[in-house]
Ligand binder design. Sequence first.
Ligand code: SF4
Length: 218
Amino acid sequence: MSARLRISRTHYPVRALGPGHRLGIWLQGCTLACKGCMSRDTWSADGGTETPVEDLAALWQSAVDRGAAGLTVSGGEPLQQAESLAAFLAAADEIRRGTDRDLDFLLYTGYDEDELDEPRRAAAARADVVVYGRFDVAQPTDLVWRGSANQRMVPQSALGRHRYAEFVDCAPARGPLQLEAGDDGPWIIGTPRRAALRTLDRSMKDLGLDVTEVTWRR
Ligand code: SF4
């Protein structure tokens, strides 16, 4: 049987987690339980949908055909499905090699580098850039694409170093944020600052929308 990944959701185009328009894949299942996590709906290892790697590769091919600049994998904790993730990133790599564009892979993990066992290290090595470290609600940050100040953005390939050099220490006045409406209610793409979430909640209440049934409150 081919490798399968348990997926929380996918989305294209993602514009708030990495440069350009991207395919976003959120993996289901995380045992790290960071206090203040805004993705508690991704914690259960029984949730989401088990998806063959081939289906995800087809999704990536479709995003590439639509002009994607890259792929962002988040969660949940992607490295708790390390072997299947490595298989998917290998398939995604084959696809990008078939283009004449530089398409980057950005991976989020709550682990630090020194916590990785061999399968997790092998999966993480397939990404051009990795954001390492647990979300720490006590360490707010303005750094782009990071949820807390302790999280480290580590370019790992020549493409990653070239494309992300300007972003490693970048702290824009307003962080990128994307609000999407799913079948299960509104959900956020990005790493919102606390003030941004409060503003969003107020705006949604003003519009008469239910802010209890949103992914960042579950
Ligand atoms: S690693 Fe990510 S998904 Fe898991 S608890 Fe921490 S912030 Fe939430």
